[in-house]
Design a protein around this ligand. Sequence first.
Ligand code: BTN
Length: 329
Amino acid sequence: MQPAQLLAMLAAGEPISGTSLADQGGVTRAAIWKQIEALRARGVPIEARAAAGYRLPWPLQMLDAKQIRTALPAVLLRRLGALEVHWELDSTSSELQRRGAVAKDLSILLAETQTAGRGRRGRTWLSPPGLNLYMSCLKRFESGFAALSGLSLAIGVIVLRALESLGIAGAGLKWPNDLLAIEDGRPGGKLGGILVELSGEYQGPCAAIIGIGLNLRLTPALQAQAGQPACDLAMLAGGTPPDRNRVAAALIAGLIEGLSQFERDGFAGFVADYARYDLLRDQPLQLSGALGMFGGIGAGVDGRGALQVRLADGSLCPIDSGDVTVRRA
Ligand code: BTN
């Protein structure tokens, strides 16, 4: 039996005995036990009760390309390239990169789990099966890299607009494009991340592979592994996150619309919304990067997407890359 099949059998959140799982899967109870252990080792919190059997602490929806398509308006479906849902990939972004020139514009790959999920700055992205969303989108541009400044910030705006369309508020952006929960009006735990990778020509045809990781359910063990404060959509939505296929469809709809807006207007079309979601504005910041370590106050972003930092002498310093942390008062 494949792990995807076992997770699908547990997805309702109802207890099922090992015998019943083995019968349904046509395998031995020992084989079921081995797969349960393998899913647990990857972060799925499968509980075992002596009398009742195995169960998940809550129901989950397995990703399903047909359900995602059904949730998309016809006008957007026509513009979508490929839409694939995989059980496991090393990384949805690496797989799209391997497809290279053969992948159609606006192709989307989703995976239930990634074995080598990649974050920014060479970090790994924890990708346990069935709990969160891991998605990559290929977008081709004719304009060259030069016109793409601010693209990764615009993607942050697109993701937050999509969450708002699902009725989820309480999230914002930490420059350049971390999705964070808002706690007491300040930047809180990390809800998701965005990795944009460009290839092609500086002034000609080029492509962006846009990777989005969004936490829907984090267990305490996964939060501990995250290495930084983390949050999930379940917490923002009062305990139960929206259906995973609905979240995927909202992100895809947002990407199709938002990327054509970006193609038309560039980052200028996103500046106002970025300001609305900006969690660093007026915050005391610590910056480290090419200019060394220094402090300042967040003062928004400029038209190219550079972070504006107000220094002690009152001047504004634009930051194009680097690590930012909010200093605790
Ligand atoms: C970050 O470090 O904040 C960016 C995380 C991006 C993770 C996503 S998950 C889908 C896609 N595939 C990857 O390997 N990474 C991105």
